[in-house]
Design a protein around this ligand. Structure first.
Ligand SMILES: C[S@@+](CC[C@H](N)C(=O)[O-])C[C@H]1O[C@@H](n2cnc3c(N)ncnc32)[C@H](O)[C@@H]1O
Length: 470
């Protein structure tokens, strides 16, 4: 008789706007979903299912195991709450620890202070048992701990992934504006990418090729965790048998042939070089083809069923000149070369999308890093004149608002000069989870630094008096 271990509680974290996608992914995995908030879906699962979530979730950036929650009014309270966790069941002094946090509490003027308190409490708990203390490793700890502190409500988690789950392992060179892999995959799922239906997919602003590579992994049933390792593989209390079972099954499931042909182009030679290299590392070089061409000159070898693309938004200086032409070029490209296709365009600026001159059938709000974006769906008709660009009166995509499936405000108030989307209930409501706020930070920006000294005078003594370990 096999006994099932008790379910534990976890949070899966995604970028704002992809909660539905993440929810569906978790349901398909068979976990028990227990809650949802902006940027996060809570679930219950045994260890093996939680490991599967790390290996298989395409839209998640984190999976965290819940440890404890409580009200904390002071650093002493937080120290006491942290001390209630049985740390010695998870790690020994030979393991390194790292504490990261998302702090949103007006009484705390140095967000690293609560992090220090948690680190001290863990170190002290282990020192009391063995007389020695574990080392701290901020970059790649054996046990990554996460603190969420929001208005006195503190929760501690153990991060199962370690490095963010968007780091798939096929990108070893940084390009200028790559799309986060988890967002790209989540958007593909949101667009309903289906390898039995979308046999030709094109991205004419492919950059480093993220959309196409992620789609090729979906089409070949390649787990997004195939090429990487996870923090839980180093946990003392890991289930090593379950991990090797998942890895073997992952290898068996992966298809060696791909039913879809993927075409990408970009005018930047460096981007094409990186796209080809990443496709090679991802093992999808045979079903992807990249060309160095301007959108004005690009004609894909086959008519696509699906176009998913992320044109420049004008957020960087060098994108300024030619930006409108790039978007106009995309409109022309879609009308000429993508008749009958579904086209999905990720835009971070409403002032540029109008140059497409196409009617938008659906718009999905989301955050890409710190930027409010819209994922815009255009249904390309087979009659090219039906969606013709009118230079004297641009067809505003806001006119099709009634067709949108997302319950949010229209873009009609946006003028060509407005850098922002119109009011968006989701992002303005303050319902952002602490984790989601942290996620919205640029990727290379550390959220906390527990060795950094306070920069100014503390405001709340209970929180900001010197740490025990200083
Ligand atoms: C936001 S980036 C796309 C990033 C891409 N999704 C990735 O994952 O790396 C926009 C891309 O459009 C390309 N681009 C800009 N103007 C272009 C044009 N007129 N023709 C072709 N590519 C262009 C840029 O070189 C850049 O790689």
């Amino acid at each position: 008789m096999t006994t099932r271990e008790p379910a534990r509680r976890y949070d899966a974290i995604c970028t704002l706007g992809l909660e539905d996608v993440l929810h569906s992914e978790l349901e398909a995995l068979g976990v028990n979903i227990i809650g949802r908030r902006a940027g996060a879906v809570g679930f219950e699962a045994d260890r093996e299912l939680a490991y599967r979530a790390c290996f298989w979730l395409r839209s998640a950036v984190r999976v965290r195991e819940f440890l404890v929650n409580g009200r904390v009014e002071s650093r002493q309270d937080l120290y006491a709450l942290t001390s209630t966790v049985d740390w010695s069941s998870m790690l020994t002094v030979a393991d390194t620890i790292g504490v990261d946090s998302a702090v949103d509490d007006p009484r705390v003027n140095h967000s690293n202070m609560p992090t220090l308190v948690v680190k001290d409490a863990i170190v002290d708990a282990l020192r009391r048992r063995s007389g020695r203390r574990p080392d701290v490793d901020r970059d790649n700890p054996d046990t990554p701990v996460f603190l969420s502190l929001r208005d006195g409500d503190a929760s501690l988690y153990r991060d199962l992934g370690g490095a963010s789950l968007h780091k798939r392992g096929y990108r070893d060179i940084e390009s200028k504006s790559p799309l986060n892999e988890a967002i790209a995959a989540g958007l593909l799922l949101r667009a309903g990418f289906d390898a039995t239906k979308h046999l030709v997919m094109v991205d004419p602003f492919c950059g480093s090729g993220t959309f196409l590579i992620e789609a090729a992994w979906i089409a070949t049933d390649t787990a997004p965790g195939t090429l990487r390792s996870f923090a839980f593989e180093r946990f003392r209390d890991r289930d090593a048998t379950a991990i090797s079972r998942i890895r073997n099954e992952m290898t068996r499931r992966r298809r060696t042939t791909c039913p879809v042909q993927f075409y990408g182009s970009d005018h930047h030679p460096g981007a094409i070089w990186i796209a080809k290299r990443s496709a090679q590392l991802a093992g999808v070089q045979t079903c992807t083809r990249f060309e160095e061409l301007d959108i004005a000159n690009y004609a894909p070898p086959e008519t696509p069923n699906l176009v998913v693309t992320n044109p420049p938004w004008g957020l960087r200086m060098e994108e300024g000149p030619g930006l409108d032409a790039a978007w106009r070029g995309l409109g022309t490209f879609l009308r000429r070369h993508a008749q009958g296709a579904d086209a999905w365009v990720l835009s971070g600026a409403p002032s540029v999308t109008r140059h497409l001159g196409l009617e938008c059938a659906e718009r999905v709000p989301l955050k890409a890093g710190p930027v409010d974006c819209r994922f815009l769906h255009y249904v390309m008709r087979t009659n090219p004149t039906a969606t013709r660009y009118e230079p004297s009166g641009i067809v505003d995509d806001a006119t099709s608002e009634s067709q949108a499936t997302t319950a949010e405000s229209s873009d009609q108030g946006d003028s060509a000069n407005s850098p922002h989307w119109s009011q968006d209930a989701m992002f303005a409501s303050g319902t952002l989870s602490a984790e989601a706020q942290q996620w919205a930070q640029p990727d290379n920006q550390p959220s906390t630094n527990f060795d950094a000294a306070p920069e100014s005078a503390p405001t709340a003594p209970e929180w900001n008096e010197p740490s025990q370990s200083e």
